[in-house]
Write a protein that binds this ligand. Structure first.
Ligand code: ATP
Length: 247
């Protein structure tokens, strides 16, 4: 379907069209389409903008990623479909590894998502040969690589489900979530919850790498003064005040 650029919701419609195409190509799962719809609904409630609280979380997330010994970006079908280039740019800027991890995992779909990332320019994508398992996850998502998620100290999980986010935290990792729903189990479990749309969040984060790369003391100050619960409370308040002012 051709979406007219003049349409007031052009961006949203074009994104849906892209996700539907990549669903037909086997990269985005059908439940991934539903998860996107939930994200869109929360984005409406936020005013489809990056809030000051999200910007702070994005800065703190970059501070953690730069401080990490083995940072990993976990990629699922939706993330691969929505922003492969931004994932790659962030992974190169930090630098961090990229690992594909799917809720609806089949060998064929893993290969498709990994290849999609490689076609977008990723030089190395982990996940083809999982050789480790995370405790406490019932689904196939427990499979991961020793080199990547299993030994990671900091994991960025854009668009994660609550079970896996909680399992990663239990495994002792710093978990950075990007999730438009400030009430989700993922947002509540994560060390840093970025309540922002993933295609807005990642470019902001890439910009913050430049600011923070050489500034170790600022990074550490950001980390030590950050309170994720308080930041989530502020996000919920900003949704409420946005709703009160919206006509
Ligand atoms: P949980 O299990 O953490 O309580 P959930 O059941 O909503 O949450 P999923 O169904 O896996 O978990 O949904 C993934 C989350 O991703 C949703 O909360 C949705 O708000 C969020 N999301 C979807 N699309 C985007 C996007 N483009 N950017 C940021 N977040 C998104």
């Amino acid at each position: 379907m051709e979406v007219s650029r003049d349409h007031p919701r052009y961006r949203s419609l074009a994104t849906r069209e892209r996700l539907a195409q990549l669903n037909r190509a086997g990269i985005v799962s059908t439940t991934g389409l539903i998860a996107h719809g939930r994200g869109e609904a929360f984005d409406y409630l936020l005013g489809e903008r990056t809030t000051p609280d999200a910007l702070l979380a994005e800065r703190v997330a970059v501070a953690y990623l730069l401080e990490a010994r083995n940072p990993v970006i976990s990629v699922n079908g939706n993330v691969a479909a929505l922003c492969p280039e931004e994932v790659i740019a962030l992974s190169e800027a930090i630098p961090a590894k990229i690992e594909v991890n799917l809720f609806h995992r089949t060998e064929g779909r893993m290969e498709k998502v990994i290849r999609h990332m490689e076609e977008a320019g990723a030089k190395k994508v982990l996940g083809r040969n999982p050789d480790a398992e995370l405790d406490g996850i019932a689904s196939d998502r427990a499979h991961c690589t020793q080199e990547g998620i299993f030994s990671a100290d900091v994991v960025l999980v854009p668009l994660e489900d609550g079970d896996r986010a909680e399992a990663l935290v239990r495994a002792g990792k710093i978990v950075i979530a990007i999730d438009l729903n400030p009430l989700s189990r993922t947002a509540r479990a994560a060390t840093v919850s970025i309540v922002d749309e993933v295609t807005r969040a990642l470019p902001n984060m890439i910009g913050f790498v430049r600011d923070l790369r050489e500034d170790i003391s600022r990074r550490r100050r950001l980390i030590s003064s950050y309170d994720n619960r308080a930041n989530l409370r502020k996000t919920i308040k900003s949704i409420c005040s946005y709703l009160q002012t919206a006509e």
